[in-house]
Ligand binder design. Structure first.
Ligand SMILES: Cc1cc2nc3c(=O)[nH]c(=O)nc-3n(C[C@H](O)[C@H](O)[C@H](O)COP(=O)(O)OP(=O)(O)OC[C@H]3O[C@@H](n4cnc5c(N)ncnc54)[C@H](O)[C@@H]3O)c2cc1C
Length: 500
């Protein structure tokens, strides 16, 4: 075993979309800072950020029904939808800046225009969708959304979904053309290629085993070379733990008080992928439905056209399930290893509170292919078993912590940036809404960890992301301008006529 000491300004753990985004932001803001990346796998974007491991939805709340809840007075709360949409606009602006400045090229490799639709069945859901449509379509961020409940019209839009239904079945849909399919794997790889060209040191097959704070406030990492087994020490003034599902273990190892009492609830995922090109060719949209009763929000079923490996594909899912792994390539002992004295009671409370969810997820894991086909047939009544195969998706580790609102052991479905009080280390926990909002989340890391630099960085941030710090919902003209210009830069412009 060798123990070389290596010093750098910034260490990014993990080569997923989050580290890629933070590294790219830092390289623009402080080009002379030295950045080193450690990734346990042999390439970038191989875990959750990989195109086959997530659903590739550019989450802008255009079709996801779980971002608009019904209030007790029957009205629709659209505040979360506005928030998510505005966050996605930040990503669009940063990606546009990178394309316009030739940092990355060929945006069609990672983002493609694709209508986003919501589809519901049953009287009650139809009423909900109509109210949701009325609430959103008055807002500038959702301009261009259309509502349908006429079977013939809907058959033209989504033949696969409508064929085989009786004409008196209550169904409805909304459609908006400004949606996108994002290949986050391709984007992650492009960003790491760019970082490499800027002399960022990227070490694949290097696993971070331990993190300790040193006497001068820097962080010392024990890094194992996966091939040779040798372990080296690396120190940095700032560390970002972007290990996806692996972040919780690393945060716990760092010993920062902000990581105490936090646990993780791993949710696995499966997609069904269509192997019949004739069926694939008959669908062109992302169509989101409603999650079944008792299911977690991340198992909202959707039928998605995807653009992967220069090919149009059709995926349905994800089917959520339970697996104790924190990463798709992780270990069956991950959950057990995350149980500590400081989170034991929290985890116990979460176990009791979420017994029915755990049971639901366990049951989902046991489903046979034919049972999954039955779920698919709620979307595509005439779906044939031989046209569909099953692929394993990524793991999502949801945060468990004690909160004022939810009490002990509350399961959370969002993401959270956890940083220590001097801002020298930060970790991203949680998985949703995920990669789409990477730019927003990484700006939050900068705000939390580098408050002393934010004033001097503000001009550059606004050059890259003009709506930084501004509510687009309250500035429709700015939104229109930004949406149109980012559509042009990202080669999405054919769909932007609604805003011009
Ligand atoms: C089924 C599913 C569907 C999803 N759908 C969408 C969607 O439609 N739209 C969307 O925006 N988001 C979606 N997401 C969420 C999105 O994929 C994630 O939020 C995002 O990819 C997380 O990026 P990351 O960089 O944090 O993690 P990852 O991409 O998982 O990267 C973390 C990296 O860290 C490495 N690592 C871990 N531990 C260590 C260690 N100790 N040492 C070195 N390296 C380490 C891992 O190998 C991995 O490469 C989905 C996720 C899943 C699972």
């Amino acid at each position: 075993m060798t123990n070389t000491q290596n010093k750098t300004d910034v260490i990014l753990i993990g080569a997923g979309i989050m580290s890629a985004t933070l590294g790219s932001l830092l390289k623009e803001l402080v080009p002379d800072w030295d950045i080193t990346v450690f990734e346990r796998l042999d390439n970038a974007g191989e875990e959750s950020s990989n195109e086959w491991n997530n659903a590739g939805t550019g989450h802008a709340a255009l079709c996801e029904l779980n971002y608009t809840s019904e209030k007790s007075d029957g009205s629709i709360d659209i505040s979360k939808a506005i928030k998510i949409n505005e966050q996605f606009q930040l990503s669009r602006q940063f990606w546009s800046y990178l394309v316009n400045s030739n940092r990355i090229r060929n945006p069609r490799d990672f983002i493609v225009p694709l209508p986003h639709m919501s589809f519901v069945q049953g009287e009650q859901n139809v009423t909900f969708l109509k109210k949701r449509f009325e609430a959103l379509s008055n807002n500038p961020l959702f301009q261009g959304m259309e509502y349908f409940d006429d079977h013939e019209k809907m058959k033209d839009l989504t033949p696969l979904i409508m064929e085989g239904r009786t004409s008196n079945e209550p169904v409805a849909a909304t459609k908006i053309d400004s949606g996108t399919d994002v290949n986050f794997g391709a984007l992650t790889r492009k960003l790491f290629d760019h970082l490499k060209s800027k002399n960022v040191e990227i070490n694949y097959k290097h696993s971070v085993e331990d993190i300790k704070c040193t006497s001068d406030g820097s962080w010392e990492l024990k890094v194992r070379n996966v091939d040779s087994g040798t372990v080296d020490l690396h120190t940095a003034k700032f560390v970002f733990i972007g290990g996806g599902g692996g972040s919780l273990h690393l945060l716990q190892k760092s010993g920062v008080p902000e990581g105490k009492g936090v646990g993780g609830f791993p949710v696995s995922g499966l997609f069904m992928v269509c192997n019949n090109p004739d069926v694939v060719a008959r669908h062109h949209a992302k169509v989101y439905g409603k999650a079944p009763v008792g299911a977690p929000p991340m198992s909202v079923p959707h039928l998605d056209t995807r653009f992967i490996d220069n090919k149009e594909s059709l995926l349905f899912g994800p089917f959520a399930g339970f697996s104790p792994k924190f990463l798709k390539t992780g270990s069956m002992f991950d959950l057990l290893r995350s149980v500590k004295m400081d989170n034991f009671v929290t985890l116990l409370a979460a176990g009791v509170k979420n017994a029915s969810l755990t049971k639901y997820l366990m049951k989902q894991v046991m489903l046979k292919k034919e049972q999954r086909m039955e779920t698919l047939r709620e979307f595509i009544p005439n779906a044939k078993s031989e046209d569909w195969d099953i692929v394993v998706a990524g793991q999502r580790v949801q945060i468990i912590k004690d909160t004022e609102a939810g009490g002990k052991g509350t399961l959370q479905f969002g993401t959270e940036v956890v940083s220590d009080d001097d801002g020298s280390i930060a970790a991203l926990l949680g998985a949703s809404p995920g990669a789409s909002t990477a730019v927003h989340v990484m700006l939050e890391v900068l705000e939390k960890c580098f408050p002393q630099h934010m004033k001097e960085w503000e001009t550059k941030i606004k050059e890259m992301i003009p709506s930084y710090g501004v509510s687009l919902a309250k500035n429709p003209d700015l939104f229109k301008k930004i949406h149109t210009s980012t559509a042009q830069s990202l080669d999405l412009s054919e769909k932007e006529s609604v805003y011009s």
